[in-house]
Ligand binder design. Structure first.
Ligand SMILES: [Fe+2]
Ligand SMILES: [Fe+2]
Length: 330
């Protein structure tokens, strides 16, 4: 086990040499990238009130489940401190030595931080949600943290982030499409541009895994299979509302997302297929016996999950959330 750990560290140190190139390739320099205010009313301008009124008018066209999903998405983004501290704790990351990996994580965090920021401001201006209740949920989720089954293992972490960045790309993109259909241009632009960031992040993390597969195929394969056996748990898994128990709001939020078609079980399977395809899992050779079995498990998994997914039904009744009700009254 100690030997395996050393190999992981060596691999991390080897890949780390290229981190500056990955930052150039997959992230955008601070002064060139969009900032939340680019997409929001300019409060220094004379006609800011009209812009706010427009937001409030356009917001009226969007339905109950939509607001639930947008709040859940925003809260997920706002719990960023949880994700940053989790990544910083990965084996091979040294934030005190300011090594390459910690630089990557800080730059990634800088980009991600704008997502919750812009969505939060939009929700506040929309006048459709009870912001105090939403803030309590964000505060709870940050306090509750998450446990996604990766431990400090970078291989498992990179599987998780490859998966999750694509999941958020899909869900923000779908929210954008609904906003567009309802002629809400500002929200469409906002969610679409966030989706673009998520895609770049996904491309980076999936590349890290691809490279690790070359150096350490058996261990990387085992890490991938292990994460899929545990299932990829969503970052907002512990979502709750005021007065609720930890994780008590997650299923209702997730059902709203499924009903809207923003993020479904079939998207989960599709992401898995795309990862298997990009990492060329069926073709990977020179594996230990155990890793071969892991590869075979992974190759068969999408079909197995499809058979299960076809039998699952999503509750159709809209669940009421304190987030949406005025003054938190149900
Ligand atoms: Fe994000
Ligand atoms: Fe992300």
């Amino acid at each position: 086990m100690a030997l395996l750990k050393n190999i992981r560290l060596e691999v991390m140190q080897t890949v780390e040499k290229e981190v500056d190139n990955y930052i150039d390739k997959y992230l955008i320099p601070v002064e060139q990238i969009w900032q939340p205010t680019d997409l929001l009313p300019d409060f220094q301008s004379e006609n800011y009130i009209e812009e706010v009124q427009q937001i409030r008018e356009e917001a009226k066209e969007l339905g109950y489940d939509f607001w639930v999903v947008l709040v859940g998405d925003m809260v997920t983004e706002e719990a960023l401190p949880t994700y940053e501290s989790w990544l910083m704790d990965m084996e091979g990351v040294d934030q005190h030595g300011r090594n390459g990996w910690s630089k990557w994580i800080r730059h990634w965090t800088g980009e991600e931080n704008r997502h919750g920021d812009v969505l939060n401001k939009y929700l506040y201006l929309s006048g459709r949600v009870n912001m105090r209740e939403v803030e309590i949920t964000t505060h709870h989720l940050t306090n509750d943290g998450f446990e996604v089954g990766t431990g400090r293992d970078p291989y498992r972490n990179f599987v998780y982030t490859s998966f999750q960045e694509l999941a958020t790309n899909i869900s923000h993109k779908r929210v954008a499409q609904i906003a567009k259909k309802k002629k809400n241009r500002m929200l469409y632009k906002m969610c679409n541009i966030i989706a673009g960031d998520e895609m770049r992040h996904h491309l980076a993390y999936r590349e890290f895994v691809k490279i690790i597969l070359e150096y350490d195929p058996s261990e990387m394969m085992l890490a991938f299979a292990d994460m899929m056996k545990k299932r990829i748990i969503m970052p907002a898994q512990n979502l709750r509302q005021s007065g609720g128990k930890m994780a008590s709001a997650f299923d209702d939020f997730s059902n709203a997302a499924q009903r809207l078609g923003v993020y479904t079980t079939f998207d989960y399977i599709n992401i898995l297929e795309r990862l298997i395809d990009y990492w060329e899992i069926p073709k990977i050779e020179k594996l230990t016996d155990e890793a071969e079995r892991a590869r075979d498990f992974l190759v068969r998994l999408p079909d197995r999950l499809k058979r299960i997914a076809e039998r699952v039904t999503i509750p159709q009744d809209t669940h009421r959330f304190k987030w949406i009700e005025p003054n938190g009254m149900l």
